[in-house]
Ligand binder design. Structure first.
Ligand code: ATP
Length: 369
């Protein structure tokens, strides 16, 4: 097992395209790192630089204790000598080759003896549950099976590092859930240092030991899934990793001490929090849909639950075991995930779980609390 370390890596494609901007990323030995970000923000470039399919413009790339790329030091180890397996977004299987030959391909170009190739292909196919497909062509397999073949081909040469580029994007929702569980299980069993890139927060939250969020080639935050979700570094990360209601307001600490929004909604903040904030500073309050509680009756408050006003239900949709509700409260629309259903037009009390709110500085958009 090895660590992967990108030190101050920049990749400039042209004056206007800086795909990676001073990226600092350490993936620990055996760790499952998920790199996420919107389309075109540098994820694939990061993988390609790690694999050696692209050279960094600046910075160093380490795999284990080996410096594999450094523009300044004039070092560049080609992909075949990096001991890295890559699963591409479209899986890139050879359609004219049977599954066996697809998986065997990386070993054949290494000139491995025939018998050894046969043994290794069968072993990896067994591990990935595709042993019975070896004699078929890729087009004769389901999407999930094709993906396993792509993973098998990446793993057959026993790489020290596994790189996966949006491996689930070609799978439909149900197969995707199973494929995620499968990838997580394989990664755990093999203990292989893995970097997976995705734009799907569900991939990141379910698979990652740690998540790195990229925005326009700049790393915004690296942390445990729970850290990134609960303590996002800024509004971009908060929004990207999951649904969040964002309410603009300003601090009014005289009187009961409230965050005052739109004139009508007052959200009481704790004294401790108010002390940390400047009077009349502009903030954005973030609260996730599952941290809002709606009730037709008055609820016993406590445990951080605070009544912030009354609202009217505009939408209530069943979403399998829960309801996605939209509530309007004094000009603010709030998304709520609720365990109970409501009728359109219902008047409800709106409660915020104040232990879960996030406050951002409005101008820098970074997390204050
Ligand atoms: P996606 O999720 O759509 O694959 P991504 O986050 O993986 O996107 P990259 O493919 O890394 O993003 O691209 C980052 C930026 O670099 C984009 O603006 C892209 O157009 C640009 N880019 C990538 N490869 C090249 C290249 N070979 N030449 C020029 N520009 C490139």
């Amino acid at each position: 097992m090895v660590r992967v370390y990108l030190h101050d890596v920049t990749k400039v494609f042209s004056k206007s395209v800086i795909a990676l901007d001073h990226v600092e990323l350490e993936v620990k030995s055996g760790e499952f790192m998920v790199v996420m970000g919107p389309s075109g923000h540098g994820k694939t470039t990061l993988l390609r630089i790690t694999a050696g399919l692209e050279e960094p413009t600046d910075g160093d790339v380490w795999i284990g204790d080996k410096l594999v790329a450094s523009a300044r030091k004039g070092v560049f180890i080609p992909p075949k000598d990096r001991n890295v397996g890559m699963v591409f977004q479209n899986w890139a299987l050879y359609p004219h080759m049977k599954v066996f030959d697809n998986i065997a391909f990386p070993l054949r170009i290494k000139n491995m003896p025939r018998q050894e190739i046969e043994k290794k292909v069968k072993e990896v196919a067994e591990v990935l549950g595709i042993a019975e497909t070896l004699d078929r062509y890729p087009r004769q397999l389901s999407g999930g099976q094709q993906q396993r073949v792509a993973i098998a081909r990446a793993l057959v040469k026993e790489p020290q590092v596994l790189l996966m580029d949006e491996p689930f994007s070609n799978l439909d929702a149900r197969v995707r859930v199973m494929a995620r569980a499968f990838v997580k299980d394989i990664q755990r069993r093999l203990g292989i240092t893995t970097i997976l890139v995705t734009h799907d927060p569900a991939d990141a939250l379910t698979l990652a030991d740690r998540i790195a969020v990229l925005r326009r080639g700049v790393v915004q935050q690296i942390g445990l899934p729970s850290e990134v979700y609960d303590k996002p570094f800024n509004i971009f990360v908060a929004n990207f990793i999951g649904d969040i209601n964002l309410i603009e307001g300003f601090i009014e600490s005289n009187g009961p001490g409230v965050l005052f929004n739109g004139g009508d909604v007052k959200i009481p903040l704790s004294e401790k929090l108010l002390e940390a904030l400047d009077e009349r500073s502009s903030v954005v309050l973030g609260i996730r849909p599952e941290d809002i509680v709606l009730s037709r009756e008055e609820l016993q408050v406590g445990d951080g639950l605070v009544n912030v006003g009354r609202g009217v239900v505009e939408i209530s949709e069943f979403a399998g075991g829960k309801f996605n509700v939209m509530v309007r409260m004094s000009g603010i629309e709030l998304k709520v995930v609720s365990s109970s259903s409501f009728g359109i037009g219902d008047q409800v009390n709106v409660y915020f779980n104040m232990n879960k709110i996030k406050l951002f500085n409005k101008s820098t958009e970074t997390l204050i609390y």
